[in-house]
Design a protein around this ligand. Sequence first.
Ligand code: NAD
Length: 726
Amino acid sequence: MDLANFKWDLDADGIVTLTWDTPGKPVNLLSSAAVADLAKAVDTIIADKTVKGVVITSAKEGNFCAGADLEELAGAATRAGSNAAATAYGLMTNVHQTLRKLETCGKPVAAAINGTALGGGLEVTLACHYRVMSDDPRGRVGFPEAQVGLIPGAGGTQRLPRMIGAMAALPFILESKRIDAQSAAGMGIVSKLAPAAEVVAAAKAWIKTGPSSTQAWDKKDYRIPGGGPFSSAGAQVFTVGNAMLRAKTLDNYPAQNSIMSCVYEGLLVDIDSGLKIETRYFVKMLLSPTARDMIRTLFQSMQDLGKGARRPIAEAPSNVKRLAVIGAGVMGAGIAYVSAQAGIDVVLIDTTDERANGGKDHAAKLLDKEIERGRSTPDKKAEILARILPSSDYAALKDADLVIEAVFEDRGVKAEATKKAEAVLGTNAIFGSNTSTLPITGLAEASVRPQSFVGIHFFSPVERMMLVELIVGKKTDNRALATAMDYVRKIKKTPIVVNDARGFYTSRCFGTYTLEGLRMIVEGIAPPLVENAGRMAGMPMGPLEVLDSVGVDTALKIARQSRKEVTKEETPDPTEDLMAWLVETSGRLGVKAGEGFYEYDTRGKRVRLWPELFARQKTWRTDDEVKALEERLLTIQALEAARCFEEGVILDPRDADVGAILGWGFAPFTGGPISYIDGMGAAVFVNRCNALAKEHGPRFAPNKLLKDMAAKGDSFYRRFAPKAAA
Ligand code: NAD
């Protein structure tokens, strides 16, 4: 049988093996072409009497299927215009009909899952009667849809709860959990585990036992595991579940609400009606602005940036084999660890051997945790640690292709480290600084090769934060930028490119959030309301919580420095006074001191807001006014991002949106600050800014660029259409 996406192989026992192999892609995708092929295959399976059973597997190593073809889905949502809903509905109904036909074909169907099966891929396996999965610890199953504002649309919300019960299925789908094969077997999502090379044989062996070819939910005596929505247990799942969901998402994520409704409504009816319900919710989500913006930023743009979309095209590829990290503190140790993990040899320099060794110990501790979680082995640990060479002798960095300086945030200390390194480095080496606040152009003055000097700004904790902000100084050349970018891609993080300016892009925009929170406190707004407004706006932490974790003393230092160097005001502003009161009068430096805007227990867990803060409280607010606080907190950040465009700090909307969500957790459901502005339209945003400026002062005044865009009906994604770096 001739299929583009599957290979058909009928063996002597009458078992057809359909081997999925999406042409020209490293992983399989559930596209409409793959579904059409599957439909053709199922028709033949039904018609051909010699076929006794079916095994579906994949030709891609370690990957069964990465999920639906999101490009195709997003295209269907935007291209079809007024027919978008009908087109999407038709597309998904076709998937359902094909998978229904497969599971009711009258012959046993087994999935031989040779590795990761996500989203649509997992849904195909759920429509099989049996699932054998490779026991390789790297394989994962999960539904990532909700992470981009979608819901599983190929039966996942209907088959999984019918298989394992709503209580187990709901958190799995709602939280986009990705679990390994062992856990999947434990939850009953897969039926059996086998070594990767034996999954097909195990699936065939099952077929040869003459098993039932009817899904549990198609049998007459079927009962939903744990009970349906109207059982006493079921009622609990949905009432408590709804409350828990609301507490987590604060109603910012329509997809999660749809998943809840879909499972609830679907379990009240038969599977075919349930699948129709799922399709309706799916289409509604697919066409929602939330999904549009989340897919663009968290899938398309992130993928583009990860592939090096912003890399200078003309530069030859580089391959950093030997990295030198100067400064083995919190950041340097983390950078050494992630680099060694990516196979790079690392020299880790600090002022004493003890400190340098301490950095390597940090890597060892992180690896121990990975081993505990089953994600690494003692052999792997030894291999990774062997790549890190700690030293107090700068001569050791002699052969490095790239240096990353992560010493104290002090111009003098950084200048000295730069000079000492360049004294031994080869002339081709690139020098990167991990500074979080000091402009790169100024730091490069200490270098004899400022063209090879670039900002490589990591976020803390390095091993968890996926973003790296690359900063181009006045003299930084394309070779330095390309090398830094190739390195960031090698350690599997996402690079954004920004031009040099105080606070670069991320710290500058994020700073407006905490400052606005402080202003609200100064205005006398109840502190819990300020914190809740931040979280309800979609930020991961309230502004005061952020300040405590950064260190109120650090924030105060930055505020004073910027007053001295930027506004040049003599008198501190009331927000600075507020921080000084905490730090200097009350000794409350934040989490590290066990007290700050919050009180903490001995394990550093937040207990409550510092009661004395309430003495400043003048007003409580109504719900509508809280909504206004939320908008104010998002607007000030988005406006700063718009200013970064006007000043040429940032050039590409993808950098702006991805950088904001990955870097400081800007409300992900918006798709980022630029999508937030584009989503409501520049004119609406400008009106909002004007109203806020009238009430709160000129910091909210819209800039020229925004006013021009509002007048022309322009958007950022049109005006600054994504482009590669020059
Ligand atoms: P840290 O204090 O934990 O570590 C700095 C290390 O540098 C110390 O071990 C110190 O002994 C070493 N050091 C000082 N002078 C040196 C020299 N001349 N040669 C070699 N080693 C020297 O600081 P950190 O938090 O790791 O920050 C390092 C840099 O990273 C700073 O520029 C900081 O602004 C930046 N940064 C920090 C964070 C963060 O969240 N901590 C985030 C992004 C960037």
